[in-house]
Design a protein around this ligand. Structure first.
Ligand SMILES: Cc1cc2nc3c(=O)[nH]c(=O)nc-3n(C[C@H](O)[C@H](O)[C@H](O)COP(=O)(O)OP(=O)(O)OC[C@H]3O[C@@H](n4cnc5c(N)ncnc54)[C@H](O)[C@@H]3O)c2cc1C
Length: 408
């Protein structure tokens, strides 16, 4: 009998799980269930090309230009999985029940909401899905004032895109610098300067105290620094939380994410999970990630294991972001008590390294795409580096990779 594999969620984790499961076991009947109405599309362009109007979500299919056609995978769109019965090995959906031999949960994350500015409110926006992007874009008219709450990656990318459309923008951020979770202060200052050059106004160390709707339809927002802003639209971009709602229906262990081991196995046999929805735990290790590359790589391992393999996933956090002409890439884990080393590549290009005991723990590159592949390998292999060489652009990073012996 052919193995039945159900994958829940049409983000990169779910798509790569389905594709890899089918590749490992071509005889398997693989079904991908997604509650969204579109064939699985990439989210990263939603805050970039889709807002700018240079691409549509349906142009950026995760499974590639032809999408799922010809892949031998059944796609159930507009279908929500509502409960799992692990004893009967059945998933209940809004369109009937589906039996499974292996199940992959790739339910992703949901936006964190501000209670005073809930999802769906008039002129209030959150940016997670293609429908969110379509609705948000329709309110970005030149000369209007947009308030963005949160200076993380999505808030800043939306700011850059909206600025290009002629919108006036104020960004309100509770932390004292932007991208505070992922970025060192020097790089953050560099990114802030680029935004300010494009007319963005930042209100840092500031939070929203209250907001109200005015008779003319605009929103009035009072902030903790004693200011009042009137805006035609608000984007709330204060982060995400893992979507474990479905896992909870099967009593799968969750703790700020569906708990998985290195093989992407949950606490219940034959149920795997991957992507933003998960927290990877191991001896002395517990980590949740929210980035595309992680979703893709962990999803692929979950899919292969759901089809009978027993592979381990070794995570290395990494993300990219595009703001104006800045291509920003982060790799590794920010650490304490590090030495900071800057490698200046060009007028616009630099890498900021955080080094501890000669090992690069974390690096952020701006317009440094060619070097960042070598940086990834230096971090992955925990190569001991010489700090002078790291700064010296006459010494290619690939040479450091070859010259240095791996650290113990
Ligand atoms: C606007 C935006 C820009 C981004 N830009 C970048 C970037 O530049 N670089 C980067 O590294 N990362 C970026 N990210 C983050 C990246 O897109 C996510 O980390 C990634 O999409 C996570 O993939 P996932 O498959 O785990 O989950 P998701 O992409 O969240 O997909 C989960 C899917 O599961 C569906 N689902 C959930 N529950 C059910 C259910 N019960 N039944 C059926 N379907 C269900 C959801 O509707 C959703 O379609 C961006 C994210 C957004 C929103």
């Amino acid at each position: 009998m052919a193995r039945k594999i159900i994958v829940v969620g049409g983000g990169p984790a779910g798509v790569f799980a389905a594709l890899e499961a089918k590749r490992v076991d071509p005889a398997a009947v693989v079904t991908l269930v997604s509650e969204e109405r579109f064939e699985p599309y990439e989210r990263p362009p939603l805050s970039k090309a889709v807002l700018l109007g240079t691409a549509k979500a349906e142009d950026t299919l995760i499974a590639g230009p032809g999408g799922f056609a010809q892949r031998g995978i059944a796609l159930k769109l507009g279908t929500r999985c509502v409960a799992i019965d692990p004893d009967a090995r059945i998933v209940n959906t809004t369109d009937g029940s589906l039996p499974y031999d292996s199940l992959v949960l790739a339910t992703g994350s949901r936006m964190r909401e501000l209670p005073d500015l809930p999802f769906g409110g008039q002129n209030v926006h959150y940016l997670r899905t293609a429908d969110d992007a379509i609705r948000f874009k329709s309110e970005l008219s030149p000369g209007s004032h947009l308030l963005i709450i949160g200076a993380g990656l999505i808030g800043l990318e939306a700011a850059a895109s909206a600025a290009a459309l002629g919108v006036r923008i104020t960004v309100i951020e509770a932390a004292s610098s932007l991208m505070a979770r992922t970025c060192d202060r020097l790089t953050a200052a560099r990114i802030a300067a680029e935004h300010e050059k494009h007319g963005i106004n930042f209100e840092l160390s500031t939070s929203v105290i209250r907001s109200s709707k005015q008779p003319d339809g605009t929103l009035l927002v009072e902030t903790s620094n004693g200011k009042t802003f009137s805006a035609q639209a608000i984007l709330v971009a204060i982060g995400v939380k893992p979507d474990d709602t479905l896992a909870v229906t099967a009593s799968i262990a969750v703790d700020d994410g569906i708990l998985v081991d290195a093989e992407c196995r949950t606490s219940i046999p034959n149920i795997f999970a991957a992507g933003d929805a998960t927290r990877l735990v191991g001896p002395g290790f517990s980590e949740r990630q929210e980035n595309w590359r992680h979703a893709q790589d962990q999803g692929a391992v979950a899919g292969r294991n759901a089809a009978g393999a027993a592979e381990k996933y070794v995570p290395l956090p990494s993300y990219w972001s595009e703001q104006y002409d800045l291509y920003i890439q982060g790799i590794g884990r920010p650490a304490q008590n590090v030495q900071n080393v800057i490698r200046t590549i060009s007028e616009s290009g630099a890498i900021s390294f955080e080094v501890k005991d000669g090992i690069i723990e974390h690096a952020i590159g701006i317009n440094a795409q060619r070097d960042m592949a070598a940086v990834r390998r230096l971090i992955e292999r925990r190569v001991k580096v010489d700090l002078t060489a790291l700064k010296d652009t006459k010494r290619p990073l690939n040479a450091l990779l070859k010259a240095a012996a791996p650290a113990s």
